[in-house]
Design a protein. Structure first.
Length: 330
């Protein structure tokens, strides 16, 4: 799966491409930090205008809006270009995988589900990596940028449960997000979500193989259609049942998460020690910080699917290597 980064022919795309993606993501995070500052300034202006009529001019108001449009325009431009580049980058990664599978396909074709591994799982792997990989890197960068901002904004502000402790807001966000993430990871492990996804794909592969065989030879019937589709139905129903419990916990936690920043800021808001602009900056920085830590939680369905795809491709490659070892001994 990772020959893309070790083979000479792909070195330019793999390493220079990776660096390009990293730098562009860092630039996007920097723009996001500037937007966070804009929110504080803009909402302080709104508070001033609402409390004292005509205290700001219409020119100042539209100038503030224009500054946001400029920042947002830069962000959108970079996002669109890098998404286009990332799509090409990951297609080259898939090509590197497929090239190797093609080179050993005389052995690979004898392995159960070989065609599905080469065609379907390679495209699934790269598509999931496109969203999951870039999101992980961005989450780490956001955490690095917004943690000191959150520290600076929360100094001398009373925080629920932590009082006037300067590190209360960051500590509260850490405790809330880490506890929730650990709970849901453990729940996913107990429900065996990775295992059921893997079993589901195996049953679907068996069903597809039967249909392909039936296309070519009407006399070949390793199993009846009803039997095979009954196996597919059972594994899907088991998946639905297990995800029901997981989704109740996950969605419930995420809904409660909407209010977490307001709960921690309750003493400061009630006491009126923060302006509307500062409150907006804190809440946005808090949500960014919290969202980065909750990366695993928010990306859990994609992580489950990626783990399943990785497990299937790893098993497939191990079988190919085993076949090659046997041939060498012979």
């Amino acid at each position: 799966m990772f020959k893309f980064f070790t083979q000479k022919q792909w070195r330019l795309w793999s390493w220079i491409g990776s660096l390009t993606i990293l730098l562009s993501l860092w630039f996007q995070v920097k723009i996001d930090v500037k937007i966070n500052v804009w929110f504080g300034t803009f909402y302080d202006m709104i508070q001033k205008a609402l409390s004292a009529p005509n205290s700001i001019t219409i020119e100042e108001y539209f100038a503030a809006l224009l500054s946001f449009i400029t920042l947002a325009g830069i962000y959108v431009g970079v996002y669109v270009v890098i998404k286009y580049f990332t799509s090409h980058f990951l297609f080259r990664w898939r090509t590197a995988m497929v090239n190797w599978y093609h080179s050993v396909y005389d052995k690979a074709r004898k392995i159960e589900g070989a065609s599905q591994r080469v065609q379907e799982d390679t495209i699934k792997f790269t598509r999931i990596m496109e969203n999951l990989g870039t999101s992980l890197i961005e989450a780490i960068m956001i955490l690095i940028e917004f943690t000191p901002i959150l520290f600076g904004l929360s100094i001398s502000i009373p925080i629920f449960f932590f009082g006037d402790w300067d590190y209360g807001l960051v500590t509260g966000a850490l405790l809330w997000t880490i506890a929730g993430t650990i709970f849901l990871v453990l729940l996913g492990y107990i429900l065996r979500l990775v295992g059921v996804e893997y079993d589901l794909q195996k049953q679907e592969a068996a069903y597809r193989k039967f249909l392909v065989i039936a296309e070519d030879d009407a006399t070949i019937r390793p199993k009846t259609l009803e039997e095979l589709f009954d196996d597919v139905r059972k594994i899907h129903f088991l998946s639905f049942f297990r995800y029901l419990f997981f989704d109740i916990a996950r969605i419930g936690y995420l809904q409660a998460n909407v209010l977490s920043a307001y709960v921690f800021l309750a003493p400061a808001i009630v006491a009126g020690v923060v302006t509307l602009g500062v409150m907006q900056q804190i809440i946005r920085a808090f949500n960014k910080f919290e969202g980065s830590i909750q990366y695993i939680l928010r990306s859990w369905p994609a992580i489950i699917e990626l783990a399943s795809v990785y497990k299937r491709l790893k098993e497939f490659e191990n079988n190919i290597n085993s076949a090659e070892s046997i041939d060498e001994k012979i």
